[in-house]
Write a protein that binds this ligand. Structure first.
Ligand code: UGA
Length: 472
């Protein structure tokens, strides 16, 4: 099938490349001519594991191509995927101006009937507006536009795997033709007819993805409801972590046992600095705004957002409690990206931590596998290191802000010997408190009370566990 992808951000690039890998003829466009020039030259401008390999192969075989001429891209595709950004406005609402621009472009440039698919994350009822704009601006009265919603559930860092091995594929459609076109597009994914760059020998024998066909409104809601639920789940775990600190529990023990209940599940219960990135924070805000505008009570989501914002304050309180005076202290930072396996720093908790520590007069040195170039452009006053060991030399504290798995495997004995004060404040609960203390570190994290992190309050009414019941 001939597919056009409008918007070459991470969603557009992963979508376009994976659809080309699935055998379709894909042309992508973006309003940033430099980005298109780089892509044409074979340069993938984002760090996304496994994308390079399928990108290069499909560019070579000409299944995948790029143009800065958006009108040309519109004319070539039978199906057009809209993958433009929907950033937050001041009031939290999603800014849909890019969608509106693309809709007007399609309406004026199309010479044949098209299926227009919303891939960007948009609030419910955007599909209806899209249809209206396409109709109002249509130049060629002899053609028809169909609109569908096909939300993406890609996580940065595992986006290629998520696209090729999804748990579910959702089509929000209004007619059978659109559904059939989408079924045809996704058939190679459903039937696993692609070269998987993630599992080189053979893909694990997992269940095929669930295919869910809904109305457009439901489909739009599914995306926002899913991201908001994940955000709530993280905030819930963070709230429990705070309680663990107060009453003396261990968050990892609590969430491990909670997660064994299949109704709860183990994922997205990692306590720490909270959620960042370009999706969860903006989607929860947009969902709250949608509810406000429609008169529904979403105070629960507002609380989840408030709990998340408080994470940075609580983390800095831990830093302050440990260091006492922050001014003039040499503080090492491990991790800048909003999560591991990406170079994305948009709405990363690290940015606010850096800003506030700089304002308090700390001397910062930082390291991240992928996100240093982007961060150094924002923080010229921070010293950046190409490897983690140099940054800890004579440091008064080391802060972990991103859950890069490599940080677990660092030579912590060596780091202990290099620091001026062996103090680690782990914003991602990555390291083993006991092991860190055995190395001789003062170690602080979220919800894992240790000797250096005493429980502040133990209610008298809680019965003490007897040895017999504890062992039972
Ligand atoms: C999120 C969703 O997980 C995807 O399903 C969705 O498709 C995507 O948004 C999107 O809308 O495009 P992503 O933003 O890549 O994906 O990142 P997540 O893996 O959801 O992580 C978000 C943040 O939550 C990160 O800062 C991460 O460190 C934090 N997090 C995650 C926690 O603090 N605790 C956890 O247990 C899990």
């Amino acid at each position: 099938m001939r597919i056009s992808v409008i918007g070459c951000g991470y969603v557009g690039l992963v979508t376009g490349t994976c659809l080309a890998e699935a055998g379709h003829q894909v042309i992508c466009t973006d309003n940033d001519p430099e980005r298109i020039a780089a892509l044409k030259a074979g340069v993938v401008p984002i760090y996304e594991p496994h994308l390079d390999a399928i990108f290069a192969a499909n560019l070579r075989s000409q299944k995948l191509s790029f143009t800065s001429n958006a009108a040309e891209a519109v004319r070539l595709g039978e199906v057009i995927f809209i993958c433009v950004g929907t950033p937050p406005l001041e009031n939290g609402e999603a800014d849909l101006s890019a969608i509106d621009n693309v809709a007007r472009l399609i309406a004026t440039e199309a010479c044949e009937s098209k299926l227009v698919v919303e891939k960007s994350t948009v609030p419910a009822q955007t599909g209806q507006q899209l249809k209206r704009v396409l109709g109002v601006y249509r130049r060629n009265g002899g053609i028809e536009f169909h609109v569908a919603s096909n939300p993406e559930f890609l996580r940065e860092g595992t986006a290629v795997e998520d696209f090729l091995h999804p748990d579910r594929i959702v089509f929000g459609v209004e007619d059978e033709t659109s559904e059939n076109q989408l079924r045809k597009i996704y058939a190679p994914i459903m039937e696993r007819r692609f070269r998987c760059p993630v599992h080189l020998s053979s893909c694990p024998a997992t269940k095929p993805p669930a295919l869910v066909v809904t109305t457009i409104n439901s489909s739009e809601l599914i995306k926002h409801a899913s991201n908001s639920f994940l955000a709530m789940k993280i905030s819930y775990a963070n709230m429990i972590a705070d309680l663990c600190e107060k009453v003396g529990g261990d968050i990892k023990e609590v969430t491990h046992a909670m997660g064994l209940d299949p109704r709860i599940g183990p994922r997205f219960l990692d306590a720490g600095l909270g959620f960042g990135g370009f999706c969860l924070p903006k989607d929860i805000q947009a969902f709250i705004r949608l509810a406000e505008c429609s008169g529904a009570d979403f105070s629960m989501l507002k609380e989840a957002e408030r709990v998340n914002k408080r994470r940075i304050d609580l983390f800095l309180e831990k830093v302050r409690n440990a260091l006492w005076v922050i001014k003039e202290k040499r503080v090492g930072i491990l991790g800048l990206a909003f999560k591991a396996n990406t170079d994305d720093i948009r709405f990363a908790p690290s940015l606010e931590v850096l800003r506030r520590l700089i304002a308090e007069g700390a001397h910062l040195r930082a390291y991240d596998q992928e996100a240093m170039d982007k961060t150094s452009a924002l923080f010229p006053q921070v010293q950046f290191f190409r490897e983690p060991y140099e940054l800890v030399r004579d440091a008064d504290a080391l802060l972990i802000l991103t859950e890069w798995p490599e940080f677990r495997d660092l030579d912590w004995a060596r780091i202990h010997g290099m620091m001026c004060r062996p103090l680690v404040i782990d914003g991602r609960n990555m390291l083993e408190p006991r092991a860190m203390m055995q190395h001789g570190f003062e170690y602080f994290s979220f919800g894992q009370p240790e000797k250096s992190q005493p429980a502040q309050f133990v209610p008298a009414q809680l019965p003490a566990l007897s040895t017999a019941s504890a062992g039972a």
